[in-house]
Design a protein around this ligand. Structure first.
Ligand code: NCD
Ligand code: ZN
Length: 423
């Protein structure tokens, strides 16, 4: 038996259950997962005590790292530090930056900052350019997929862009809200439904894989499931805030809880939580969207979420509100959508590991967050788990609040041809 670099033994989430195992790491990958008795010899052995749970590093398919002209809100160092503190080892960054990532030039300047500062691995989405050739160039440079905003849903090149993504086998991530309805009536539920209707029709015409992000309504989940049943290649994620907070919170917190799409009715919130509990969702995402406090008070939509998502999920699991398998919604399932070898404790997958302490309790406090944005609508929430340690591709990256990797240790993961039926 060859000698592993690292073996961690203890309780781990593996294949749908919590088992007592040994996870062996060689180089940057998981070499094998076995019973502790048959673990290979190793340079370093870590034995987790009773209260600890080993998990794969989480995969967040919707974050805003900002940087460049918006680095006063967040940058690749603080954004990925926030990810590390939340047990997230891969982030997929959105293109609504300044400059926007809808040109090769925009992608190149973003990659330069990310490669110097990132503490976790990352991928980049392209925004919709006005010219199809530019999208081709972005896809050939390895973006994870295309992100569509409400203002893109009326673009003259929309259908051809979807055909191109279908051909290249990359997902199209859609923010489903209809701009005309937003302009006339605000961010009402009908805006989300209208956009879904339009895009599901385009999915059937183009064969593109459409991933609807931050769905917030009972009816959205139903329509997407109906589309899947009819054979379309669709998926969806929802955020922790749409799962746990409703419009009552918006009324109480005012602009601090402003977000797109807005927090919805109590019934919709429960429908999203229920969809997560039945694993009807394909993923959970943070939509980490930092702003300054001044911007927030003036109504900017969005708030940071990267360091709260996993602790909140684990709290819901401990409270019996979500099944253990819901952890896959923030790890293996988004990894599969994006085609990553991440998010599972499985041989040949990246050795991204998280040790969560289930015996330590915490309370959400915006002022202690690593993001530049030090506020959250979850302020004061009780947490029943704390992220203690994080390994990125086999290297200890984070230990009890201390960062052990250099900025720039995070690596770009390219997107590319996907086979949606792959196991
Ligand atoms: C997003 C942001 O801040 O980039 N905000 C949000 O509330 N989700 C932009 C957006 O999706 O409107
Ligand atoms: Zn977003």
């Amino acid at each position: 038996m060859s000698k592993a670099d690292l073996v961690i033994t203890g309780k781990a989430y593996v294949g749908g259950a919590v088992l007592r195992v040994a996870v062996a790491v060689e180089g940057e990958e998981i070499a094998c997962v076995s019973s502790p008795a048959s673990a290979p010899p190793a340079e370093e052995v870590v034995e987790l005590d009773e209260g600890k749970l080993l998990l794969p590093g989480m995969v967040d398919m919707h974050v805003h790292m900002r940087d460049l002209e918006l680095s006063y809100k967040e940058d690749w160092y603080t954004g990925t530090l926030s990810a590390l503190a939340g047990g997230v080892t891969f982030v997929a960054d959105m293109p609504n930056t300044r400059p926007a990532t809808n040109s090769v030039r925009g992608l190149e300047v973003k990659l330069r900052e990310a490669s110097r500062k990132a503490l976790v691995d990352y991928g980049i989405y392209a925004g919709l350019p006005s010219d199809l050739k530019e999208l081709e160039a972005l896809l050939s440079r390895g973006v994870l997929g295309l992100k569509l905003y409400p203002e893109d849903l009326g673009s003259p090149i929309l259908e051809r862009a979807l055909e191109l993504c279908a051909m290249e086998g990359v997902p199209v991530v859609v923010h489903p809200e209809d701009r005309e309805i937003i302009e006339k009536r605000g961010r009402v539920p009908e805006a989300e439904i209208r956009a879904l209707e339009k895009m599901i029709l385009l999915a059937s015409r183009t064969g593109a894989h459409l991933h609807f992000t931050h769905v917030s309504l009972r009816e959205s989940v139903r329509r997407i499931l109906e589309g899947k049943l009819s054979g379309l290649s669709l998926s969806m994620d929802a955020t922790l805030h749409h799962m746990l907070l409703d419009e009552g919170v918006s009324r109480r917190l005012g602009p601090l809880a402003a977000v797109n799409p807005p927090l919805r009715s109590g019934d919709d919130r429960l429908a999203i939580l229920s969809a997560a509990s039945k694993c009807l969702l394909d993923a959970v995402a943070s939509d980490h969207a930092p702003h300054t406090l001044e911007e927030k008070v003036a109504g900017a939509p969005g708030f940071p979420g990267l360091e709260l998502a996993l602790p909140l999920l684990l709290t819901l699991v401990e409270d019996g509100l979500l099944p253990l398998s819901s952890l896959e919604l923030y790890s293996s399932r988004p990894a599969k959508i994006l085609g990553l070898r991440k998010g599972s404790l499985a041989p040949r997958w990246d050795a991204d590991l998280v040790v969560a302490d289930l015996k330590r309790e915490g309370v959400v406090s915006g002022s202690k967050m690593r993001s530049k944005a030090k506020f959250t609508p979850f302020e004061g929430f009780a947490l029943r788990a704390v992220v203690e340690r994080v390994y990125l591709r086999g290297s200890l990256a984070y230990d009890d609040g201390e960062v052990l990797l250099k900025p720039g240790s995070g690596r770009l993961v390219r997107g590319g041809r996907r086979n949606w039926t792959r196991d």
